[in-house]
Every structure is written in C-alpha cells, then in structure tokens.
Design a protein around this ligand. Structure first.
Ligand code: PBG
Length: 351
C-alpha cells in the first residue's frame, strides 16, 4: 500500500497530501475529517473559536502603602500592589495589549466594620486607585467590584444581623459604593454580591446622578463555590462564620441561572457573568442561547491555583493547558473572560 515518507523538514504536526497507491479495503472512502487537520494552515482556516487578547479582563489586587508588591501564596504569579507599583505594572499590561482590568482591594482590619462603610469612602483605596489609573491610562477600561466582603468585619457580602445577611439594607450600601466608584471614574461597576434587586437599584441611582454611561457587568450566575478560596486569601476576606449559600447560587442549579439573568437584564445589566467558569460551562452555554447580551465568564482563583500547582510539579504543560481552557470557555459561549492568566496569554497570543 502506502506512501512516500514525509520530507524530513516537515514538522511533526503536518502531513503531506501524499498519494495512496491503492484503496485499503474496509476504510472510509468519502468522508475523511482528517483532511482538514493535515496542516496548521488548514487547521487555522477551519478553526471555529479564536481566543484573542481583546477577550480578556485582568483581575488585580490593590493594597495601601508604597513600594508594595506581595505575591499571593496560593496564587503564584499574582500580586497585591500598592498604587505606585500597580501603575508600573499597568505599563507592562497595557503594553501587552490588555484593554481591561478588574480591581479588588485588600482593606486593613481596622477599616472594616459590619456595614462596610469604608466601601463608599470617596478617599478610600479603590476610588484613589481608579482616579490615578484613569489619569495615567485613560484608554484602559477600569471595572470595579461592588460587594461588601473586602470591607466587612464579618467577611460577608452583606450586612449581618443575628447571623442573617440583610438584603435591602445591603443594597442601599452597594448603591453608595457604586456611585463612589462612578465619581472616581470607573468605566463599569461589577456587583458580585448576589443581593436581590441590586442591579436595578444601582442602575437607577447611576442614572439619577447622571452616570448614564457607566456600565454594569453583573455577576448574575455566581455560585457558592469552593473555587474562591485563594481569592479570599488574597483579600483576607473569608467569611468569619458560616458560608455564602444563602445568597450565592447552589452549584446544582442551572435553570435558576436563567432566572437570575432575566432579572439582571430587566434591571439594566449591560453584560451578564457566570462564575466560576470551568465547572459551569453548561451554564454559560445555556445563557448564550438565551440572551443576546455579551456574556462574561470568571476563570476564578481556584481554577488558577490548580493549574499553577500542577505545573509547579511538572505534571502538565501549563501554556498549552491554559490556552485550551480559555478557548473552551469561549467555545461554550463566553464573549469576555476574567482570568489571572491574562498576562501570560497576552504574551503568547501577541496583539
Ligand atoms: C467578592 C468576590 C469573590 C470573588 C470575586 N468577587 C469572592 C467571594 O464571593 O467570596 C472571587 C474571585 C476569584 O475567586 O477569583 N464578592
């Protein structure tokens, strides 16, 4: 039967269109999907999902002080930056073509209280950071997180009373936080708290104050997930009692994600988010089929930490695995991906 051997210069992942001398009995004659996988040019031509730097939002941690750059132990390669160091780092990040960041604050214990009052201090860490970043990098899209947990002495996303998380009282604080961030220059606010009705309340308040162009990236289907552990290390924001199951979603539910998305769209969300990403690709897909809004997915801290841990052992090919993972999230239906790998990926993909 077959074939001339490929020229020795042919890379391993390419096969020449060599002629087969005679048919081999019992093999397929017409449909041969492998024809479209033969060379990299062919594979590129028929590739259905292409990940680009434009898809990525880089989450970053900020802290008080000067000259601070503290690596998060459970997130190797991710740091908490003081403002001066953050601005240096943003030079690199914008240079790589990354167009958007999401900011999260490390708040000192003495500034935390049950009502999260520091969350709407106009001179607080996030407003100061946003003002400085927008001044230095006007084109960089700056997204701020709206939730009380980094500011809460209880480590919860809402005000606590007798072990309960108060909904409407919390929403009133979230509104103040969103207005403070808008006034500081945030392009979008991203409520991650999962209180009922917060998107509508924030949209109305932003509009009433004239911030009609400040967008809302809604954490719509945010699950009560074990994948957030390393993030809570980074911000020292773990709950002081209990868990977040009375406000974040049950991982067993997908139809309920559509209900949350419905509400957030009706209340004025510009982009809806699913979080975490990898264990919830089916949810991303269902929402994609359900709405025309852009969909974001958050490739969260635990997903990052697992990859880094396995890579440190030499058990996986980190770069290939990260590209495969993020492409899968996009293939599932995400238009936008928040990922701690943004910088690494931007280096590989180029602009
Ligand atoms: C806070 C918030 C969390 C994350 C983003 N915003 C943690 C939580 O809900 O406990 C998690 C992000 C990550 O794990 O990377 N509301």
């Amino acid at each position: 039967m077959v074939l001339s051997p490929p020229p020795s210069s042919t890379p391993e992942n390419t096969e020449a269109p060599a002629k087969q001398a005679e048919a081999v009995p019992g093999t397929p004659q017409v449909h041969r999907p492998r024809r479209l996988r033969r060379t990299e040019s062919l594979r590129r031509m028929v590739r259905e999902t292409v990940l680009t730097v434009d898809d990525l939002i880089y989450p970053m941690f900020v802290m008080e002080g000067v000259g601070q750059r503290q690596e998060v132990p459970s997130m190797p390669g991710c740091f908490r930056y003081s403002l001066d160091m953050l601005l240096d780092e943003l030079q690199v990040i914008t240079g790589l073509g990354i167009g958007a960041i999401a900011l999260f604050p490390l708040i000192p214990d003495e500034q935390k209280d049950n009502a999260g009052t520091e969350s709407y201090n106009p001179q607080g860490l996030i407003p100061q950071t946003v003002r400085a970043v927008k001044q230095a990098f006007p084109d960089l899209l700056v997204i701020t997180d709206i939730a009380l947990d980094p500011y809460s002495s209880m480590g919860h996303d809402g005000i606590v009373e007798d072990g309960r998380i108060l909904n409407d009282e919390t929403v009133a604080v979230l509104v103040k936080q969103a207005l403070t961030h808008a006034a500081a220059g945030a392009d979008m606010v991203a409520p991650s708290d999962m209180m009922d009705g917060r998107i509508g309340a924030i949209r109305q308040a932003l509009d009433a104050e004239g911030w009609i162009n400040v967008g809302i990236l809604a954490y719509s289907a945010k699950y009560a997930s074990a994948y957030y552990g390393p993030f809570r290390d980074a911000l020292e924001s773990a709950p002081k009692f209990g868990d977040k199951k009375t406000y974040q979603m049950d991982p067993a539910n997908a139809a309920e994600a559509l209900k949350e998305v419905d509400l957030d769209i009706a209340e004025g969300a510009d982009i809806v988010m699913v979080k975490p990403a990898l264990a919830y690709l089916d949810v991303i897909r269902r929402i994609k089929q359900y709405t025309n809004l852009p969909i974001a997915a958050y490739n969260v801290s635990g997903e990052y930490a697992m990859v880094k841990a396995a890579a440190a052992q030499g058990w996986i090919d980190e770069q290939a695995l990260v590209l495969e993972t993020l492409t899968s999230i996009k293939r599932a239906g995400a238009d936008v991906i928040l990922t701690y790998f943004a910088k690494d990926v931007a280096r590989v993909l180029g602009r």
